[in-house]
Design a protein around this ligand. Structure first.
Ligand code: PRP
Length: 218
């Protein structure tokens, strides 16, 4: 039975395709893609499509994709009704609370405003800390919000820390670590278990190979 796999375009795309290539899958079409959005594997009975992270979850939710590769950040924000079978250990970054150095949102008395692309994650985190905040949804360049006074602080993903640094913001707290995950539609898993597990095992062997290598390199 053929498989449909939804991949996140952009940030995770290159590493996902590189991983498929190392698994010996036929990635030629994915690498030379032009404006196409659907790609047949040249060796396996698999069809890939490249979409935005939120849409990966939507396609897997509806069973249109059997498998999805998506960041844990999006899964946390959206909630996950599918199986999360594997941590691919790339696309690593952290959810952080950050602000201007003289603006510690955890010390502020009174109304606190948090700007973020991830309102659900931000709300849950501050709730877990027993702090009532107003969450303001922003679609990008979140670091601007405290600089321009739209928010007291932000909840955002930090990878290298460069964006924070270049905008004079500091990390106040780390919320949790994030990386790319493999999700599987529950009905697909019943119907195509062998095919899906074959892909998951191939992915896992590359993840383990890298972990082994990194272990040796310290
Ligand atoms: C993300 C995030 C930060 C930046 C962090 O934004 O929201 O702005 O990357 O990366 P760094 O720690 O390596 O500097 P993205 O690049 O996805 O763009 P956006 O702000 O337009 O969403």
């Amino acid at each position: 039975m053929s498989l449909s796999v939804a991949l996140t375009k952009g940030r995770l795309e290159k590493k996902t395709v590189a991983m498929l290539e190392r698994m010996g899958y036929g990635t030629e079409n994915l690498k030379d893609k032009g404006r196409a959005l659907v790609f047949e594997d040249t060796k396996k009975d698999i069809r890939y499509f490249l979409v935005k992270s939120n849409d990966v979850i939507t396609y897997v939710n509806h069973g249109v994709a059997d498998i999805g590769v998506v960041g844990k950040d999006t899964l946390m924000e959206r909630g996950n009704q599918n199986y999360e079978l594997l941590d691919l250990e790339f696309g690593k970054c952290k959810f952080c609370v950050a602000s201007l150095p003289d603006q510690d949102v955890f010390q502020k008395v009174g109304h606190v405003k948090i700007g973020t692309k991830y309102p659900q994650v931000a709300r849950e985190y501050f709730l877990s800390r027993g702090i009532d905040v107003e969450v303001i949804k922003i679609d990008g360049s979140v670091e601007l919000a405290p600089i321009l006074g739209l928010a007291d602080g932000i909840v955002d993903i930090v990878e290298t820390g460069t964006t924070l640094k270049e905008n004079g913001l500091v990390i106040l707290e780390e919320v949790c670590e994030i990386s790319a995950r493999v999700i599987v539609n529950k009905a697909s898993f019943k119907l195509k278990r062998n095919e899906i597990m074959a892909v998951v095992r191939d992915l896992e062997s590359v993840v383990k190979e890298d972990a082994h290598k990194n272990g040796f390199e310290g």
